[in-house]
Write a protein that binds this ligand. Structure first.
Ligand code: PGA
Ligand code: ZN
Length: 408
């Protein structure tokens, strides 16, 4: 793979904020990769850009990219990225860190080019390497239907405390599951309009409906919606945003819960509403709290997923701690949380060995890049969390649908 040119440029993400895209030219074509950014980030995530800011990341990325001109890389499998990564590490040691997103866009563009060089789609390039070419099983979509927490502005001073109320497909075909999620999302809008004035209901950062309702009222709506369309549902509690000084500070309704109350409360919600998916229900360092909640939930709902996101941050050590301690049976994989896709690969291998369910996830500030879909299918994720509404979300769902079609 001969490098004709590599140029980083600023582009805007779905929040209208600046992010960086790499444009890599080889004899096979031009390959682009741009990076998403989170808002409710975990403490253990790597910095997304340099600690000196995105402008500094751009400056050093520019200098690094110039050094790549005219080089030849042989990348026949994912681990061959090590040649690039060694160069990045050496460069970072002298000039400072690019940030996780710098790694994400360089590796992403290189992988796309490497796949083309081998005459393969990216998902297949990864699948041939990681899953020995076995026909992949399509993931199911996890879509954000109604939002609260950090991702949603308040309405009349109120919003649900939980960040995301999620619809989860249960179909043989990915495409059919996406259609159902979209219909159910529209039905949720209708139900919300019945509860508050229609002009008030707008979409949040991720395209989910905003509301002033509290968690339980939203869960009632989610239950009706899911029943009508034969879906499963759940939530991203995202406790990091309201866990303060050892307590969970609820605002809607105003209430302080300690750890035991929190386990009890979430356990009750799981039973009452039949929740299938519960992400970050406890504080991000509370491995023990996750374990207690997992035990509580397992008694009644064996198949429900207790999902780590801020708890695990796609970091192998944290994942191992959570899995060995039986704190979770599922986790979020966000490649830019950890930086390198080679570390993601190690997490994937560990999850497979330990039968941990993997949910490949977008970030709340997204771009038009659809690489997440190829990563999810290629690495064998059981779910893809990529929203329901908005062009930056749909482009990823559409990519999975295209892969599905190409396989049938
Ligand atoms: P983020 O949040 O992308 O804003 O970090 C999404 C999530 O918590 O799942
Ligand atoms: Zn989350």
């Amino acid at each position: 793979m001969f490098i004709k040119s590599v140029v980083p440029q600023f582009v805007k993400n779905s929040r209208g904020r600046r992010t960086i895209e790499i444009n890599l030219k080889t004899y096979e074509g031009t390959f682009k990769c741009s990076a998403p950014s989170g808002k409710s980030t975990g403490k253990s995530e790597v910095m997304c850009w340099s600690s000196k800011g995105i402008d500094y990341s751009m400056k050093i990325l520019n200098a690094f990219c110039k050094k790549l001109l005219g080089r030849n890389f042989i990348i026949k499998k994912v681990d061959d990225l090590n040649a690039l990564n060694d160069l990045i590490r050496k460069f970072e040691a002298r000039f400072g860190k690019f940030g996780g997103n710098g790694w994400y866009i360089l590796e992403g563009a290189f992988l796309k080019a490497a796949a083309a060089d081998c005459g393969k789609e990216l998902w297949k390039f990864i699948n041939d390497d990681v899953n020995h070419g076995l026909k992949p099983k399509m993931p199911m979509p996890v879509g954000n239907c109604i939002g609260g927490g950090l991702h949603s502005k308040k309405i009349k001073g109120k919003r649900p405390d939980f960040q995301e109320f999620l619809l989860i497909g249960k179909e043989k075909k990915f495409g059919r599951a996406v259609t159902k999620n979209i219909r159910a999302y529209e039905y949720a809008h209708t139900l919300l309009k019945g509860k508050e004035r229609s002009w008030i209901i707008k979409r949040n950062d991720e395209g989910a409906w905003r509301t002033s309702l509290n968690n339980e009222d939203v869960l009632e709506i989610m239950k009706r919606v899911s029943k009508r369309y034969g879906l499963r549902f759940g939530m991203d509690v995202a406790t990091s945003s309201f866990y303060k000084k050892g307590h969970y500070e609820y605002k809607n309704k105003e209430l302080i819960r300690d750890k035991v109350d929190q386990i009890d409360y979430i356990g009750k919600l799981v039973r009452k509403f039949g929740l299938f998916y519960i992400e970050d229900p406890m504080a991000e360092d509370d491995f023990g709290g996750f374990k207690s909640l997992f035990n509580n939930v397992k008694k009644n709902r064996k198949k429900s997923l207790i999902v780590g996101d801020d708890l695990t941050t796609t970091n192998l050590e944290r994942v191992q701690r959570a899995v060995r301690g039986k704190s979770i049976n599922s986790l979020i994989i966000k490649p830019n949380q950890i930086g390198s896709i080679l570390e993601v690969k190690q997490v994937v291998e560990y999850c497979k060995k330990n039968k941990i369910v993997m949910v490949f996830s977008h970030r709340s500030g997204e771009t038009m890049d659809n690489i997440l879909a190829d990563y999810c299918v290629g690495f064998g994720g059981q779910f893809i969390k990529a929203g329901i509404h908005g062009k930056e979300r749909l482009v990823k769902l559409k990519r999975v649908m295209d892969i599905e079609k190409s396989l049938s």
